[in-house]
Design a protein around this ligand. Structure first.
Ligand code: SF4
Length: 421
């Protein structure tokens, strides 16, 4: 690699680390005689010490930008070293890194060169050359640039596994304040267009197996958390609507990293990583456990608790619904017991067909009984004491009994050395 490209790589890989929407999974792209494969074992993820995914070649096409978003290191008013790759440089880097087994795919985002179409056209050209000229079958995640033409957005879907349009901030007033050149209408437009195209291509695929793939890993988005005053209630409600209405595969929550000073930004010394973690936990409960947003946060409690995870927080607040009878409860209620995961619920339901499930059976199933024992009733459980304790006392008992790292640790430091295990 020549020195110029190496210098660009340093600048543009560093600038890309603030985008967290890079987890690659769920793609069904098969290798049909070309290079690479994102199916089968899937893409492995590894994380840098700041928790960002690095298994993909994760770069910006450029950190030049005509916009001036307050929270972004690439904003035009920020005095930093700028660089831009050519289409050929990104294609060559991807192929060379792939062949050396450094990466499983490409995550390509960009600042906005000249205008949205000009930038999007280059992003599409890179993905197209990788797929059509180099027969590259590895994973490609492209940013869809709001404001780009519908044709370009749809063309991107023909070559990328996943596309993402960033929401950036959790509300339109916040976007107006911190990124005045952007608006929700321009963000929702490519999102809706991609949703329609994904549905259309799925229908075509049902009719003909030869129909081309279109963004088989769907679309995702990212929101910056902690730079603006929205409560978790607002953030999770927005995420819920994005999952339901726009059929997004993932919403990523990116704790605001205070790298710039601007009077419009809060003065914090650390990114809110614990809050970010709680939002991911709540998001998981929405997607896989059937929780509604209002079970986790509501007008009276608009933010997720820090000291306990969202599921335990729910159980402590709705103590009147517990203990749950392991042998009679519906699946929905079993899923709401702290310490009981989807797999455990499946095991409980299977076991119930053959007789009464006892505390000993649950232990053998591997439930996290240090939490669950206070919220269940079943033969042999001596801990079902819900009614006898206040919320705080119950919380203290559980926390003193748990091995959870999170409640013991202080706010994590983004740039701290990773803990060695
Ligand atoms: S448009 Fe994107 S790259 Fe440009 S300043 Fe805003 S967030 Fe940064």
């Amino acid at each position: 690699m020549n020195e110029g490209t190496q210098e660009k790589l340093k600048i543009l890989a560093d600038a890309a680390k603030y985008d967290v929407s890079c987890a690659s999974s769920g793609s069904k792209r098969k290798n049909k005689g070309g290079l690479g494969n994102s199916d089968g074992m899937g893409i492995c993820h590894s994380y840098t010490e700041d928790g960002r995914c690095v298994s993909l070649l994760k770069i910006l096409l450029t950190n030049h930008c005509i916009f001036d978003c307050a929270y972004c290191v690439s904003r035009k008013s920020n005095d930093i070293k700028r660089a831009a790759f050519t289409v050929k440089e990104v294609v060559d880097l991807t192929i060379n890194f792939y062949r050396r087994n450094y990466i499983e795919g490409l995550f390509l985002s960009s600042g906005i060169f000249k205008n949205a179409d000009y930038t999007m056209e280059r992003l599409v050209r890179i993905a197209k050359e990788l797929r059509t000229i180099h027969k590259f079958n590895g994973y490609i995640h492209l940013k869809a640039i709001p404001g780009a033409s519908d044709e370009l957005i749809r063309e991107a879907g023909m070559y990328a596994d996943r596309l993402s349009v960033n929401m950036e901030l959790p509300s339109e007033p916040s976007l107006k304040k911190l990124a005045p050149e952007k608006n929700y209408q321009e963000i929702y437009k490519p999102m809706s267009s991609l949703r329609h195209a994904i549905i259309e291509h799925k229908e075509e695929k049902k009719k003909s197996r030869k129909a081309p793939l279109f963004a088989p890993a769907g679309q995702s988005t990212q929101m910056i958390i902690g730079a603006t005053p929205e409560h978790d209630l607002h953030i999770l409600s927005l995420a819920d609507s994005l999952y339901k209405q726009q059929q997004l595969r993932r919403v990523y929550y990116s704790g605001y990293v205070p790298v710039l000073s601007d009077s419009r930004l809060p003065s914090i010394s650390h990114p809110p990583l614990l809050r970010e973690n709680r939002l991911y936990q709540a998001d998981w409960l929405l997607r896989f456990y059937g929780f509604t947003v209002n079970e986790l946060v509501d007008e009276a409690n608009p933010d997720l608790p820090f000291d306990v995870d969202p599921k335990l927080g729910y159980a402590l607040r709705y103590r009147h619904l517990f203990p749950v009878d392991i042998n009679r409860a519906e699946k929905e209620m079993l899923l709401r017991i702290p310490g009981v995961g989807v797999k455990s619920v499946r095991l409980i339901l299977q076991s119930r067909r053959f007789g009464k499930v006892t505390y000993d059976h649950l232990r053998k199933m591997g439930l996290a009984l240090n939490r669950a024992k206070y919220f269940i009733s079943c033969p042999g459980n001596p801990f079902s004491v819900m009614g006898e304790h206040t919320e705080n006392r119950l919380k203290r008992m559980i926390l003193s009994d748990t091995t959870s790292r999170l409640h013991k640790s202080s706010q994590l430091n983004l740039f701290a050395s990773p803990a060695l295990t």
